[in-house]
Structure formats: structure tokens, C-alpha cells
Write a protein that binds this ligand. Structure first.
Ligand SMILES: Nc1ncnc2c1ncn2[C@@H]1O[C@H](COP(=O)(O)OP(=O)(O)OP(=O)(O)O)[C@@H](O)[C@H]1O
Length: 520
């Protein structure tokens, strides 16, 4: 059925000279010019192209007046009262950024009804129609698995987003309070409804955990989840900041310590190794005197850190390191690694792979990280779960349809975020063929998100941005058309552009996000 233009659009102007296939200057009708706003969707109807429209977005509306010109003095400056509205002859020009051609049964598209790349420059004089209801456009788009999170800001068109592109990863960026977390909540509901599985990391426990009931999610406290021994080892090494052989010693001791604690707490064979048994079995010799208290009964009340230090002594001895290195390592561990990091291992009874299995079975798991005090540990949890999913993929060699949702991603996906940053980057680079993806949200793009992650985001939602320069950064990976910093400055709360692969037009469209969590 052809687009019912009189019902869904109003004529607002004509195309001026100098149009190309991607941008057209227009002049607005005097009686309608105030009804046309930047970001409005318009159709250009070229009389030479029957049954074909050009779909575009209005940008750069500029008001002119032939007499009141810039840099020309006029008497009304001195006598503004003499300026009556009849003598002023304002008019408005704008540009239409052309996003697509709409084949509406015309001969140029062999009678088809679909959206295509526009290759025609509109003829000057072509009519411009503002879409007041763009809903009919949906039937012209090819969207294999549609989801929606909001409506177009002005035409109220419920833009279908193609969830088939989720595996190319998603970024959500905007200054504080723009509504990133609510947008992600909306996305979560839609994505899970399409059969995908998600693990949501709730950094502070206030953005997602309270909605678990509504979403039908299982909540797991991150303090119950085991950190993979190798990731635990790299956290301890990072905190102590040592290098070379000393780092080896700290890492070996940390690996064996985590494996020992886990195997003593129901971890099973996975955490037993000959190498660690050899070190653990080594009698207290030489440097072990540092760990022993003056009285024998103090030994019984050894703290988790003291146990670790004892193990570290054994490693140092095993590696034939100097006594001074041993003392330095012990001091560094005491000063830089909080006791709770060792202590907490004992109550970590859930394997990261259990969380992955839980998500694959129940669809949605929220990991509540609110009771975790150390950012390094939070990062360790994210990395451990990310790695556990890779192990699953390596074992089964099939698509997982699994996404990790990482809000406050400046803490996890940054350049200096250690294992978490590396694991998220691996997913961003290689996850797509296994349908293993990430959704990251943050206030800033370049400073918060490492290049290997941000350059692999196929779809980006962005609102007012915190840092100047971030828009250009995004424009390096995505077609942002002629959206400028000035366009962003006009955005309010809950207003996000969507650009990239999930957007069927692939060029930025301004969305008003559906209400989530009460507020209208
Ligand atoms: N889609 C929405 N529906 C209803 N309310 C919303 C929506 N988006 C934003 N809000 C309102 O704006 C407030 C801030 O939203 P939100 O917490 O999602 O912002 P944010 O960008 O994640 O902020 P921060 O970066 O500080 O975490 C919410 O508490 C809510 O009142």
C-alpha cells in the first residue's frame, strides 16, 4: 500500500538549488516554518521520480531576513519600536540530510515497496513533507528481529531496531543523569524477550538489582562468586606492583593460595595441582620464621593474610630468592593487599561457570556487586565470568547468544582496567561469531573505554556527552551524519541518538526512550 501522504505528513517547503543525493538545502513555507524542528523526519517528493521518495532528517534550520543582515547597520537598532512585524520579511532555510530512498511502487524501483540507498539528487522545487506519523515507514524496512526502546522524538515513530546485530556489541554514552541505566533496563527487557541470555553487572546494586523481580532475573551476590585463581593472582600482583621474578613469586603464591582455599571449600579436583602440593607441602624453613607468632597457639588463629604470607615464604624458598626479596614482598603484601581480599575467598562458593550456566538456563542473571569493596575484585569477577563463558564456547563450539551488560564501564573496560578490560576487549573483538557480546555504558567514550572495545561497538546510543571530542571519537567508527555538538546540546533527559548497525537506516535517529521504572 502506498504511503498515505495527506494522512501522515504535511507539506512544509521546497528543495532549493544545489541539492545532492545526500544533502538538500530547503526553504520552509512561511506559515509552517515554526512547526519544523531539527531532527524532524521528512520525505522529499521529486515530480520526476514517480512512486519514489527521499527520506531524510532536517538539520541546521536558519532564519533569514533580507534587510536585517549581519554586518550591515540599520536604523532599527536605534529605534526598535519603529520595527513593525509587517515590515519584517523573515524566512527559514534548512538542510535535509537524506538517509534513504523509499520505493513506493514506482518504476525506478521496478514497482517494489522498500527502503534503498538513495542515488538521486532531488530536483529543485521538489516538495518537502514533514512526517507527523512515520509509522508507515516500518513496512518499508528490512528488520529481521525487531525490538524497540522508544519512539522517534517528533514523529513518535516506534523505530524498529534489529536485534540480529546485537552480537556486534552496543555502547550507551551520555552525561550523568541522561538516562543510560534506564535505557539499558529497557534494552534488557527487549533482548531477553528475543531469547538472548544476559549477565548484568550491577556496579552499585541500585541500577538493576531493584528491578530483578519485574524482569524475572536471578540475583547473585558477587561476594559469593569465585575469582579464577589466575585472575586472583594477577590482582595481587597488580596491587603489590612488583615485576620479574618477584612478580612470579607473588603470582605463584596467589594461584596456590586461591586453589587451596577453593579446594578446601568444596571446589573439587579442579583446584588441585601437583605443583602447588609440592610448595604447600614444603616444611617451614628459613624464612618461615617470619610467619610464626611467638607462641604456638597464635598459629591456630592465623589470619588469611598470614596464611598467604606463609605460602609466599615457601614459594620464595622454592625459587631460591634472596632473603631481602622475601622481606620486601611480605611488607608489600601487608601494605597493599587488604586482609578482606584473602579472607573473602573462603566464602566464595559459586564458580563463574555456574553463573554462565545459570544465565544460559534462566536467561537473565544480575550480579549485585554492591557489597564488594575493592574495584580490583569487581574487575576480577567480571573477568572470571567473561572467561568462563569462553571456556564454555571452547568446549561446545556453538553459539551462546549471551551478552554481558557492563554499566559504569569506566571501571571495567578502560585501558588500565586489568583483566576485566582485556576480557571485555576479547569479547568485543572475537565474540561475534559465537554470538557472545557486550553492552557497555559510560559517561565518556575515549577516556573511559579502551580502543579495542570502543572501536568494535556496532551500535551506539548517545545523548549529551560529558567530554568535548567524544562525538568526533564516535564519528571515527560510526556514520554520524551531520549530528554536531550543537545538536547534542539541545537534548533532554531520555533523549538518545541511535546510530550503527541495529538502526535500520544506519544513520543517527533521535529517540525518546520509553518510560522505565515509573516516571512518565
Ligand atoms: N526511560 C526513563 N524512564 C523514566 N525515568 C527516566 C528514564 N530515563 C531517565 N529517567 C529519570 O532520570 C534519572 C536518571 O536516569 P539514569 O539513572 O538512567 O541516568 P544515568 O545516565 O544512568 O546516570 P548516571 O550516569 O549518573 O548513572 C532516573 O532516576 C529517572 O528519574
Amino acid at each position: 500500500m502506498p504511503i498515505p501522504l495527506p494522512r501522515v505528513a504535511e507539506e512544509v517547503g521546497i528543495v532549493l538549488s544545489g541539492a545532492s543525493a545526500s544533502i538538500a538545502p530547503i526553504v520552509l513555507r512561511r506559515d509552517r516554518e515554526l512547526r519544523v524542528l531539527e531532527e524532524d523526519l521528512v520525505l522529499l517528493a521529486d515530480p520526476r521520480l514517480e512512486g519514489y521518495y527521499m527520506l531524510g532528517v532536517v538539520r541546521w534550520i536558519t532564519r533569514y531576513e533580507p534587510f536585517l543582515r549581519r554586518s550591515v547597520h540599520n536604523m532599527y537598532v536605534e529605534h526598535p519600536d519603529a520595527l513593525d512585524t509587517e515590515t519584517v520579511m523573515p524566512f527559514s532555510n534548512a538542510y535535509v540530510e537524506i538517509y534513504a530512498g523509499i520505493c513506493d511502487g514506482g518504476p525506478v524501483c521496478n514497482g517494489s515497496h522498500r527502503a534503498v540507498n538513495n542515488v538521486y539528487a532531488p530536483t529543485p522545487g521538489s516538495k518537502v513533507f514533514k512526517l507527523t506519523d512515520a509509522e508507515p515507514l516500518t513496512s518499508y524496512l528490512t528488520v529481521s528481529d525487531p525490538i524497540t526502546v522508544g519512539v522517534h522524538r517528533y514523529s513518535r515513530w516506534r523505530i524498529p531496531l534489529d536485534s540480529a546485530w546485537l552480537n556486534y556489541h552496543v555502547g550507551v554514552f551520555g552525561a550523568t543523569g541522561t538516562g543510560k541505566s534506564r535505557l539499558i533496563l529497557r534494552l534488557i527487557r527487549e533482548i531477553v524477550g528475543k531469547g538472548y541470555r544476559l549477565i548484568v553487572f550491577d556496579h552499585s546494586g541500585v541500577d538493576y538489582t531493584p528491578y530483578a523481580g519485574e524482569l524475572g532475573a536471578t540475583v547473585v551476590k558477587s561476594s559469593e562468586i569465585r575469582i579464577e585463581p589466575q585472575i586472583f593472582a594477577s590482582i595481587i600482583a597488580r596491587l603489590t606492583g612488583v615485576q620479574h621474578q618477584q612478580r612470579d613469586a607473588v603470582e605463584i603464591a596467589s594461584l596456590c593460595y586461591a586453589m587451596k582455599v577453593y579446594s578446601e571449600n568444596g571446589g573439587g579436583e579442579r583446584y588441585q595441582s601437583e605443583e602447588c602440593s609440592e610448595i604447600l607441602g614444603q616444611g617451614r624453613k628459613g624464612l618461615a620464621r617470619y610467619t610464626r607468632g611467638p607462641r604456638a597457639d597464635e598459629d591456630e588463629r592465623k589470619s588469611a593474610r598470614e596464611e598467604f604470607l606463609e605460602l609466599l615464604n615457601n614459594v620464595v624458598h622454592h625459587l631460591n630468592m634472596r632473603a631481602s626479596s622475601a622481606v620486601k614482598l611480605r611488607l608489600l603484601v601487608r601494605l597493599t593487599v587488604p586482609e578482606r581480599l584473602f579472607e573473602g575467598l573462603r566464602s566464595r562458593l559459586r564458580e563463574p561457570s555456574d553463573i554462565v550456566d545459570m544465565a544460559l538456563r534462566d536467561r537473565l542473571v544480575i550480579v549485585d556487586m554492591s557489597d564488594e569493596q575493592d574495584i580490583e575484585v569487581k574487575r576480577g569477577i567480571v573477568a572470571s565470568i567473561a572467561e568462563a563463558a569462553w571456556e564454555k564456547i571452547a568446549g561446545e563450539r556453538k553459539e551462546v547468544n549471551l551478552g554481558l551488560v557492563v554499566d559504569e564501564a569506566q571501571n571495567y573496560a578502560c585501558e588500565y582496567c586489568g583483566e576485566a578490560g582485556r576480557s571485555l576487549e576479547t569479547i568485543a573483538r572475537e565474540g561475534r561469531k559465537w554470538r557472545y557480546f557486550v553492552i557497555v555504558a559510560s559517561q565518556r567514550v575515549a577516556r573511559d573505554i579502551r580502543p579495542g572495545v570502543r572501536s568494535n561497538l556496532g551500535t551506539v546510543f548517545f545523548s549529551k556527552l560529558q567530554s568535548t571530542g567524544d562525538l568526533q571519537e564516535l564519528a571515527g567508527y560510526l556514520d554520524l551524519g551531520r549530528v554536531t555538538e550543537a545538536s547534542l546540546a539541545m537534548l533532554g533527559r531520555r533523549e538518545f541518538y541511535v546510530a550503527g548497525l541495529m538502526n535500520p537506516l544506519r544513520r543517527p535517529l533521535l529517540l525518546h526512550i520509553d518510560s522505565v521504572g515509573g516516571e512518565d
